[in-house]
Ligand binder design. Structure first.
Ligand code: PMP
Length: 373
């Protein structure tokens, strides 16, 4: 099998697994919140991991709240940190875990606005300026999109937010494995990240919450993490996320260059063999590992199903099988017919040149062999 679905989930890095394994053994059993040596050891490991997560984004350890993943982190940010009565503005291409908070925010009396994007999936900064002219708001814009890989002009967006007293939340899930982001430089108030997009384990993520920002927790329980997110912390998962963040810091620059070269090679191989292939990701301005293409008349879902040993997708995994066209492609102005013929290919840290060549061969063969419509 060839795994080219890194935007859906990244494989666990062996170095991360090594860091986690000791914490999965009976010898290290112990509730990290308990008052005995076993508990203290686990707590110490968790605090080390929290510091690694903080270091990846230029935060302080006390500003990191572990969550079950980025879905929870996004929910916690929007539903827990939006000041009472403030409007909320989010880009039209956000992940469902952001967009799905909007009805609940409206129910609570907040105005909500969807910021349109251009053909490349980039947020319209003028529209954001217009929204912010009316007064402060919570703004949620992703660093990079999980379907087409568009990277947002976060510097401009952050500056706009700062000038207008707005709070900026950034879903940085897709961005951190290959790029540098510093919450202090950009004056970001809230940021979400996820283990399984950083070659760490699934089931763990984190919310960065700028020191001093009030937060209403989503969960109520035993007061862990200063009550901001109660629940016994999973030591192995926290350690895994910490190791993944440390590895990302060490590898992101080299990974980005290598993966971008492989991505361009794959596009070159496909475009050279398939007439009419269109590229929807913004190329060099996109996430280095993301290749998003469409072919008029292609039944992409059928193609993907016909190549079960090639892990690629037609769109966001969490939305697959739900029928409707992708809200991201629709917001970018792609016709439903174009969206129908779209493939999302995600290359990553362990992708090899041979895999890229083999994938191109399989795809070209399958596309040429498909029945005429
Ligand atoms: N935001 C983005 C941009 C994502 O790609 C994902 C994962 N598909 C999420 C949020 C949700 O993350 P998790 O799977 O950790 O809940």
């Amino acid at each position: 099998p060839i795994y080219l679905d890194h935007l859906a989930s990244t494989p666990l890095d062996p170095a991360v697994l090594d860091a986690m394994l000791p914490w999965l053994s009976a010898a290290t059993a112990g509730n990290p919140h308990a008052a005995h040596r076993a508990g203290w050891r686990a707590a110490e490991a968790i605090e080390g991991a929290r510091a690694e997560v903080a270091a990846l984004i230029g935060a302080r350890p006390g500003e990191i709240v572990f969550t079950s993943g980025a879905t929870e982190a996004n929910n916690l940010a929007l539903l827990g940190a939006t000041p009472g009565g403030w409007p909320v503005a989010v880009s039209a291409v956000e992940h469902r875990s952001v967009l799905a908070c909007l009805p609940e925010l409206r129910r609570r009396g907040h105005d909500t606005a969807l910021l349109p994007v251009d053909r490349r999936g980039i947020v319209d900064a003028d529209r954001l300026a217009h929204v912010l002219a009316a007064g402060p708001a919570l703004v949620s814009v992703m660093a990079a999109n999980n379907e087409v890989g568009s990277v947002q002009p976060l510097g401009d967006i952050a500056a706009l937010c700062q000038r207008n007293g707005a709070l900026l939340h950034v879903d940085a899930v897709q961005y951190l494995a290959t790029a540098v982001l510093d919450v202090r430089v950009l004056d970001i108030a809230l940021l979400s990240l996820s283990g399984h997009k950083l070659y760490g384990p699934p089931g763990i993520g984190a919310l960065f919450l700028r020191e001093g920002l009030p937060l209403t927790p989503l969960l109520h329980g035993g007061g862990q993490q200063h009550g901001r997110r109660p629940g016994t912390l999973p030591t192995a998962l926290c350690v895994g996320l910490g190791a993944a963040c440390r590895t990302a810091r060490e590898r992101r620059a080299a990974d980005a260059a290598r993966v971008a070269a492989l991505r361009d090679r794959l596009f070159h191989l496909l475009a050279g063999a398939i007439d009419g292939l269109r590229r929807n990701d913004p190329g060099k301005d996109a996430l280095p590992g993301c290749l998003h293409v469409s072919l008029p008349g292609l039944d992409a879902a059928d193609l993907v199903l016909g190549l079960p040993d090639l892990a690629i997708s037609t769109g966001a995994a969490c939305w697959e099988g739900r029928g409707g066209p992708s809200h991201v492609l629709a917001a970018m102005g792609l016709a439903p017919e174009e969206a129908h013929g779209s493939l999302r290919i995600g290359l990553g840290r362990f992708t090899t040149e041979r895999e890229v060549e083999r994938a191109a061969t399989l795809l070209v063969r399958a596309i040429r062999a498909r029945p005429a419509r």
